[in-house]
Ligand binder design. Structure first.
Ligand code: PLP
Length: 343
């Protein structure tokens, strides 16, 4: 299998493990990719006891295939499971599963930078019982598909600010990756599209004032130019997903000589600082989106442009540095890559 961007072109295998109260997790099995039998009363389907992850493997310049920071996803998967009263999958089991699937199916990756392999670990309550309580049986599933490479400049996107719906609330599930966080954002996503925008900007649910995320991506703002840039991202208040890409870019910003800043940024500030030239760039980021520059913001009181509306130098440098590490083009000083002996 070769090619560009697919969310439905899966590789030939998948990994499965099951959990029950008596035996805990079963030894994960790799099986041919295929359909799963499903009981009509499966708890995950009815009550949303479902958590997932998203991570990628890349082929480097030297031909090796490596996963990018999978330990972070293993940890977040446990954290998400805990929040939904699900059993935690030990991190070594998670890592063993992703290693195994990449070793078996990683050969689908072309040369360095051509494609990446997106891995989707999922855990769902598989007990058939419609009582409202945590299930007593769970299934862990790992599947993978090939997605496009990310060399060259990304196109800048427009974002639309949502004021009447919230993605997350204090005490809710905004800081974990559960399935139930996503479908409720689709209506706003449709409305963003009606306004000619590719993504929704989510504000905090309490004051409707502080910027949190863009769709299913983390947000960054740049103050100043490449010589004196402050690379700013909203703090993790409990309603924002602790993104692996966000953490990586904060570190890379420091390495590139910029000042990384974690602080709350209000919508009003965003507009004012763009208008007075203090804020020069903005971008969204995530495993799937990598680094996506933002060109324009559409709000109910009017629109504003970020910088000159084209991807800025700090955004481009951060993006290429991240992609270069992922593809083994520059040294991986922080051991972010986990090499896998793929066929
Ligand atoms: C809500 C949300 N925010 C941010 C991100 C980016 O996180 P990461 O960099 O770990 O992919 C994701 C994607 O996982 C997400 O679903």
């Amino acid at each position: 299998m070769t090619g560009t961007a697919y969310g439905n072109a899966f590789t030939a295998h998948m990994v499965l493990s099951r959990w029950n109260e008596e035996e805990g997790w079963s030894e994960p099995r790799m099986v041919p990719f295929g359909e799963l039998p499903m009981h009509p009363a499966m708890v995950g389907l009815h009550y949303g006891q479902v958590v997932f992850e998203g991570l990628k493997a890349f082929r480097g310049e030297d031909g090796t295939v490596a996963l990018f920071r999978p330990e972070e996803n293993a940890r977040r998967f446990r954290h998400s499971a805990r929040r939904l009263a699900m059993p935690e999958l030990p991190e070594d089991v998670f890592l063993g599963a992703v290693d195994r699937l990449v070793a078996e199916d990683g050969h689908v990756l072309g040369g360095a930078g051509s494609d990446s392999l997106y891995l989707r670990p999922l855990m769902f309550a598989s007990e058939p019982d419609l009582m409202l309580r945590p299930a007593r049986e769970y299934t862990f599933l790992l599947i993978a598909f090939v997605t496009g490479g990310f060399f060259g400049d990304a196109d800048a996107i427009s974002v639309w600010v949502c004021h009447d719906q919230s993605r997350a609330m204090p005490g809710g599930t905004g800081d974990v990756k559960c399935a139930g966080n996503y479908a409720p954002t689709y209506l706003a996503q449709n409305r963003a599209a009606e306004h000619g925008c590719q993504q929704v900007v989510w504000l905090d649910a309490v004051e409707g004032r502080w910027i949190e995320e863009a769709g299913a991506m983390s947000l960054f703002f740049v103050r100043g130019g490449p010589e004196d840039a402050h690379v700013v991202t909203p703090e993790l208040t409990g309603t924002v997903l602790p993104s692996v890409t966000r953490a990586s870019l904060l570190e890379l910003a420091g390495r590139l000589g910029h000042t990384p800043v974690v602080e709350r940024v209000s919508l009003e500030q965003w507009r004012k600082e763009c208008e007075n030239g203090e804020m020069t760039e903005a971008f969204a980021c995530g495993t799937a989106a990598v680094v996506t520059p933002i060109a324009r913001v559409r709000d109910r009181d009017g629109d504003w442009r970020i910088g000159d509306g084209t991807p800025g130098p700090v955004t481009r440098a951060l993006r290429s540095h991240l992609v270069d590490i992922q593809n083994g083009r520059v040294p991986d000083h922080a051991d972010w890559l986990r090499p896998v002996a793929a066929r």
